[in-house]
Design a protein around this ligand. Sequence first.
Ligand code: TYD
Ligand code: MG
Length: 463
Amino acid sequence: MKIKTQYSCQNCGQTSAKWLGRCPGCESWNSFVEEQASAGQVYPSPRDAALELAGGPSEWVPLEQDPGDSQKHLHRFSTGIGELDRVLGGGLIPDSFILLGGDPGIGKSTLLLQMARGLVETNPELKMLYVSGEESVDQIRGRAHRLGIMSKGQIFLAAETQLERVFANIKELKPQVMVMDSLQTFSSGSLESAPGSVSQVREVAMRLMALAKSARIAVWLVGHVTKEGNIAGPKAVEHMVDTVLYFEAEAGQSYRLLRTVKNRFGSTRELGVFEMDGDGLREVANPSSLFLSERKEAVAGTAISASLEGSRPFLVELQALVSPSGLAMPRRTSLGMESTRVSLLAAILEKHMRLKLAEQDLFFNVAGGLKLTEPACDLAAAAAIWSSHEEKPIASDWVFIGELGLTGEVRRVSQPEVRVEEAKKLGFKTVVLPRSSLERCAKTSGLRLLPISRIGELPSLFC
Ligand code: TYD
Ligand code: MG
């Protein structure tokens, strides 16, 4: 076979026949590296390997045929970890191809080992193969023992970096679920480029995708994220996988957030919350407790909001500090909420509540390190700024929900009733909400609901 040389961008996977200083795809400099592509035969192996495993070519079926069989396709395995099941869209689909990305050391291997335990506990027939290109079998076994994972002959470990050998293992073992930890360490013998290069990453992912779909194996790919926040060669892989999950942590925090970035089988707004301790990852059933500070008495400059992440409400505490500035350009610093949004809210308060913020520094923070993207937290943010400016404490059992418009109106939010229910569950007593959302929340009893139409009405609520 004739070997052809090509250059590919190590950042985004763009290929070119000649070397380029700057990638036309992602505009990064000096990212092109010479790699060998097999000419005349594009990806011959995945198809062959897949056909071999599947025992022949696929057939086509009419859409309406065979409901019994299609039911089988819809079946999902429970991973035994509620947070993970929810983020996946209700469990693991048997032939899905999933990418789990995150910083090195964040807990990806730990999560997947714990998933192994949950999977075999809830699915007694299931076999799972954990292939590590990073650790020896003894190391993985040692970690599994520390985490208290018993296999009962259903979990198999392999330390391997050669893709073809992994395929040979699969052929023999026939697992229903497998983990490849991590993508960057595997290489296929059909390419000469180094493991971790874009062409290898793409080849490995391509062949695993074919495997997932043809042999009906749920394949997990672990991908380390680079300093820039990309999974190495991610653009080459993200379009191939069904689901992309990111595992992340805020600096200095022990909790971990599992986010869905893409999901063909469920919502992409789900958020799983875990805490890392000595016994591995623990699910956080009541995440609001993480993001609320523990004080009971009212202090000026804080207000609580109910943010919705996917299907789940979170109560979060927003904090503002307004203080006279000696600077010509007062400072506007924000953590956890986009600073342009905070400046915009400050402008709305100046205009519609006559707050004199122009000569004040404004510091803004979301407690617990959560990043808020929802405009439904606007009202609470505005209330925190107002409370700090006026030095008027807001009672700690109040919750604010509502989006602010530039004209000072408090606009409706999505699913207000879910947020109000969460506030009630956590023992809050008063919810300030958009007047237009009042009717939808009227069913929730035992809470005082205070409707508000314009931000200017805020002070009158405290009379
Ligand atoms: P790991 O799963 O190896 O991360 P990744 O696969 O994403 O690189 O997690 C390693 C970190 O987790 C390491 O810093 C130690 C910590 N850890 C605990 O705190 N408790 C535990 O029980 C385990 C297994 C790991
Ligand atoms: Mg790892």
